[in-house]
Design a protein around this ligand. Structure first.
Ligand SMILES: [Zn+2]
Length: 153
């Protein structure tokens, strides 16, 4: 085993989220509501990465997220790698897929939008041929995926 790959301790069971651009780490923590998790969470911040320069990694012991929860992460980092670990082995490895609809994660930029004026969750449809924009279900405002503002938990 290459010691350089062991910057963050292995976990027996759980979820590993890898290739997080360092500046997106806290957005991922917020989206997964890691502050509410009671099992061990290990965060490696600003680790060296050949592809990204620096990256962050999160290991969450004894926690398996739903596809819906994990796919929300594509809003902030389209190239994350997810690994599901059971008995110290990677049993599933995949990237995130942006879902067609997003509920309650992205803020509408239109101040007159009903979602900014009523206590209701936002609803966006993925928009455009490159799927790189979001369209508000209520006011049709189109937001580029690069510039989304997340709703603070
Ligand atoms: Zn709107």
């Amino acid at each position: 085993m290459n010691k350089k790959q062991l910057l963050v301790a292995a976990i027996e069971n759980g979820t590993v989220i890898d290739h997080i651009p360092a500046e997106k780490l806290f957005a991922v923590v917020n989206l997964l509501h890691l502050e509410q998790i009671t099992s061990a969470v290990t965060i490696g911040y600003n680790l060296q990465s050949q592809e990204l320069g620096t990256k962050s990694i999160i290991k969450i012991a004894d926690k398996f997220f739903t596809d819906e929860e994990l796919n929300q992460l594509a809003v902030v980092c389209p190239n994350l790698t997810l690994c599901i670990i059971r008995d110290y082995e990677i049993v599933e490895k995949r990237t995130v897929d942006l879902p067609n609809e997003l509920f309650g994660i992205v803020k509408c930029t239109n101040p007159k939008c009903i979602t900014n004026n009523e206590p209701m969750r936002t609803h966006f449809h993925v928009h455009g041929p490159q799927r790189n924009a979001l369209k508000c279900h209520y006011c049709n405002t189109v937001i580029s995926l690069d510039g989304v503002q997340l709703i603070k938990p």
